[in-house]
Design a protein around this ligand. Structure first.
Ligand SMILES: [Zn+2]
Length: 63
């Protein structure tokens, strides 16, 4: 016999548990150099800079 839950999960308890599960909008900031939207702590995808200096060789080259 497999593991079986001892008690029935009521709709009330399931609803209470799921009340805190919701989607959140992804965080993003704007690049201080080109003002394009970028992810925080990530190299800007449009101008290729991070913390005011160029990180990638080509703009858009994130490989
Ligand atoms: Zn930028």
């Amino acid at each position: 016999m497999p593991a079986v839950p001892r008690k029935k999960r009521t709709k009330n308890r399931i609803g209470k548990r799921r009340a805190s599960q919701r989607l959140t909008a992804p965080a993003f900031t704007s690049c201080p150099r080109c003002h394009a939207p970028k992810m925080p702590h990530m190299v800007c995808p449009s101008c290729g800079t991070y913390n005011g200096r160029f990180v990638t060789s080509e703009p858009g080259d994130l490989a």
